[in-house]
Design a protein around this ligand. Structure first.
Ligand code: 5GP
Ligand code: ZN
Length: 109
């Protein structure tokens, strides 16, 4: 999508350090981190949001990469949170998972 920020990152039109990349998924740091680790796990294919995923195998691909990043960032025993905004709740209308940590136990979200 021409005007999509994350598609522009995929197409190298916005220079961004990718921490992970394969044929389907890319990972880069959030530009406004709210935790010391705050990564975005993003499908390369433009999909507006969670509700628009038609190929369920994409979920495995994204979560397997998320799991790798949890290990790579040393968050396994430090606490982490995965968040997906959708249905118009997100700022960037291209599906992505936030991985944030370290976080402690919380009573609510
Ligand atoms: P959302 O509310 O859509 O789930 O979150 C989108 C996230 O993307 C925000 O946390 C925001 O800081 C991040 N973001 C927006 N534009 C850019 C960008 O150009 N580069 C990077 N690395 N992150 C961005
Ligand atoms: Zn896009």
């Amino acid at each position: 999508m021409a005007e999509c920020i994350f598609c522009k990152i995929k197409d190298k039109q916005i220079p961004t350090k990718l921490l992970y990349e394969d044929g389907d998924v890319m990972v880069f740091p959030d530009i406004h981190p709210i935790k010391s680790v705050h990564l975005l796990i993003v499908p390369k294919k433009h999909i507006d949001d969670f509700a628009g995923v038609e190929d369920a195998s994409l979920f495995s691909k994204l979560f397997i990469v998320a799991q790798k990043m949890v290990a790579r960032e040393g968050l396994k025993d430090k606490g982490f949170r995965l968040v997906i905004n959708g249905g118009g709740a997100q700022i960037v209308p291209h599906l992505h998972i936030h991985l944030m940590g370290p976080v402690g136990k919380t009573a609510g979200l």
